[in-house]
Design a protein. Structure first.
Length: 490
């Protein structure tokens, strides 16, 4: 690969598809190269993987290689392309990035931000200066919020604005999350509180087993579900035994206290606010990356999939996505034309999208469903959603970052209303089974079509706060899950 994950030269790789920030292909001939490579190798199954680790060329190459190694281990060919008689492996490259667990911004992270948001060098430098220097003024924290709004704002008519949330189909308007418009100091304090809770939760060695509820139906159905809410009584799906923190599940405001002007504790409060301000930067950027992923998936990868299907009529295509990459491939499936042969399977690993994204009806409102309702009809095989209760990024921070203006978590808690697919699986879809990873890997355990949640907590469990196990996905069991979902012979 070339020296830059975002340089045009990257597309010269015969086993890669590259898209720009608007979803356009950076090289009009890249699809033909992939098809030609697949034909030359004689592959019958082509696995397309999208992840978010495109901070730089080295990171992209490393993550691609680690994923590919899961499929090539023990075979003669450990490089790009097919492993012996195994599947071909195609990397989907796009302008995304991920944050590490370090509390500040490194030079490498600043460089990644510049790649992800080209033309915003001065604004990014100002953000880093504030987050690093931590001026002893509350107004400086508010400046962080102002700069972040400028960094990610999109006009209402911009294409990206249509991908702001997974919590609404065409009946519902799209809007940015409340963290961009609420009081910056209050949001930062709430995020600081969440970081403290993440640290406390990391000290727990184990979690109690989850519970799985069936939707209430008929005259004998309970009026209140086990989780204690009226709306949840009609919502199927796995429930964590507990919310990631009791504070997140409470119906109280998500900000613990008011801004302490003139308080003797103002020094300590400022330190907490700056901790929260750094996390606000991470979450706002992650939100913008997820929004972009949806647009690239539907507007970029979907047409490319159609072209590959036409060029390779005898090859089965399988979609795999991790984190925001899961959102990208899911929206790609939504964007496929009915006449196009759909992918043979889709596997989402720690998906950074709403756990109600596939629901035909959202439990907290009378009309409207998830933005990806019905996507399973575009996939010939199963839509497998692997999740882990050890993913703190999705279990704790994602709900806070996804809260929308005017919506209250008073009935179900923020973790349920704005929860993530990669934390507790598919929600609100009747007939969606939930399997442990061990059970899912037994012969013929996965359904031949439709949605299925797979609890991968047994292996996806390692990581430090605040992300927890979000990036702990390099396991042979997960590669076997992809192969099982696609009925791919190894």
């Amino acid at each position: 690969m070339s020296d830059s994950a975002h340089d045009p030269d990257t597309t010269s790789a015969p086993w890669a598809l590259q898209f720009d920030a608007d979803g356009g292909e950076t090289d009009s001939e890249q699809g033909e190269r992939v098809a030609a490579s697949a034909r030359a190798a004689g592959v019958r199954d082509l696995v397309l993987l999208a992840h978010t680790a495109h901070n730089d060329a080295e990171t992209t190459t490393d993550v691609d290689a680690r994923f590919r190694a899961l499929f090539t281990e023990g075979t003669a060919d450990g490089g790009e392309g097919p492993a012996g008689d195994g599947p071909g492996f195609v990397s989907v490259h796009w302008p995304g990035m991920r944050f590490g667990p370090e509390p500040g911004l490194t030079d490498a992270t600043e460089s990644a931000l510049r790649r992800t948001f080209p033309g915003q060098d001065r604004l990014i430098a100002d953000l880093r200066s504030l987050v690093d220097e931590r001026p002893r003024q509350f107004s400086a924290v508010d400046d962080v919020g102002m700069l972040l709004r400028r960094l990610v704002e999109e006009p209402l008519h911009a294409p990206a604005a249509a991908y702001a949330t997974d919590m609404g189909d065409e009946l519902l308007p799209q809007s940015d999350p409340a963290m961009l418009f609420d009081s910056t100091s209050h949001v930062c304090e709430g995020l600081a509180h969440a970081l403290e809770r993440a640290q406390e939760e990391a000290e727990r060695a184990e979690q109690r087993p989850e519970r799985i509820e069936q939707p209430g139906r008929g005259p004998e159905a309970p009026t209140v579900s086990k989780s204690g809410t009226l709306t949840e009584a009609e919502t199927a799906g796995p429930r964590p035994a507990d919310a990631p923190t009791d504070w997140l599940a409470r119906p109280d405001p998500l900000t613990p206290s008011a801004r302490p002007f003139g308080s003797a504790e103002s020094g300590r409060a400022l330190d907490r606010l700056w901790d929260g301000a750094h996390q606000l930067l991470c979450q706002v950027v992650s939100y913008a990356v997820r929004r972009r992923a949806g647009m690239i998936g539907e507007g970029g990868l979907a047409p490319a999939l159609g072209q590959l299907a036409e060029a390779l009529p005898d090859t089965r295509i399988h979609l795999v996505g991790h984190g925001a990459g899961a959102r990208l491939v899911a929206y790609a499936a939504r964007g496929l034309k009915e006449a196009t042969g759909g992918p043979a399977s889709m596997t989402l690993l720690q998906g950074a999208l709403s756990h109600f994204a596939f629901a035909a009806h959202l439990p907290q409102q009378m009309r409207g469903g998830g933005a990806l309702a019905g996507v399973a009809r575009s996939v010939a095989g199963p839509v497998v959603c692997a999740y882990s209760h050890h993913d703190r990024e999705l279990g704790l921070l994602f709900p806070l970052a996804s809260r929308m203006i005017g919506e209250s978590p008073s009935l179900v808690g923020a973790d349920r209303l704005w929860g993530a697919l990669g934390y507790d699986g598919v929600q609100g879809v009747d007939g969606c089974p939930t399997l442990t990873l061990a059970d899912a890997l037994t012969e013929e355990a996965l359904p031949s079509s439709g949605y299925v949640s797979v609890d991968a907590s047994a292996v996806v469990r390692r990581g430090v706060p605040p992300q927890g196990a979000h990036f702990d996905v390099f396991h042979p069991e997960l590669a076997r899950l992809v192969l099982a979902a696609g009925r791919i012979a190894r």
